[in-house]
Design a protein around this ligand. Structure first.
Ligand code: HEC
Length: 127
């Protein structure tokens, strides 16, 4: 393989990798639209931080990876009953989303302000 050809094929690999990572990057804006269409605020509250019933969780501002896995688990129930979350309401809510949708939703929900915790960096936790 000559030099030019080698460089071209490297470029091809780089382009393919860039394409891969673009496909997996979460889109916060798309997530906001999916949450709006999905009617999530009906139960989790307008900012997803004030659930309508005390038994419903506050989801705003939870860590993205936690949210993604929680959403995936509601879908996974039927394939892996040992690991999935068994909740009829949420299973119905997430049924129509694909994996990329769940990434986008998780990124959006994680970006919202949460009333759950306010990290206080000024406070020294050491005794
Ligand atoms: C009809 C009411 C209702 C709607 C609408 C709803 N949820 Fe939920 N959601 C719940 C309930 C109830 C739970 C707790 C289920 C359980 O016990 O696992 C929950 C749990 C969750 C969790 C897990 C939170 C945690 O702390 O583990 C996430 C994430 C979530 N919902 C996201 C969404 C998203 C995104 C939408 C919109 C696509 C949505 N929900 C729509 C009622 C609802």
């Amino acid at each position: 393989m000559n030099h030019k050809l080698a460089r071209l094929s490297l470029l091809g690999v780089a382009a393919a990798l860039a394409g891969l990572s673009a496909a997996h990057a979460a889109d916060v804006q798309k997530g906001a639209e999916l949450v709006k269409e999905g009617g999530c605020i009906a139960c989790h509250g307008a900012g997803l931080d004030k659930p309508l019933a005390p038994t419903y969780p506050i989801i705003a501002g939870q860590p993205e990876s936690y949210l993604f896995h929680a959403l995936q688990q509601y879908q996974a129930k039927h394939q892996t009953p040992l690991y999935g979350r068994d909740n009829a309401i949420m299973a119905g809510m997430v049924a129509r989303f694909n994996t990329q949708d769940l990434h986008d939703i998780a990124a959006y929900v994680a970006s919202l302000k949460t009333p759950l915790y306010e990290p206080d960096m000024a406070r020294d936790p050491r005794p």
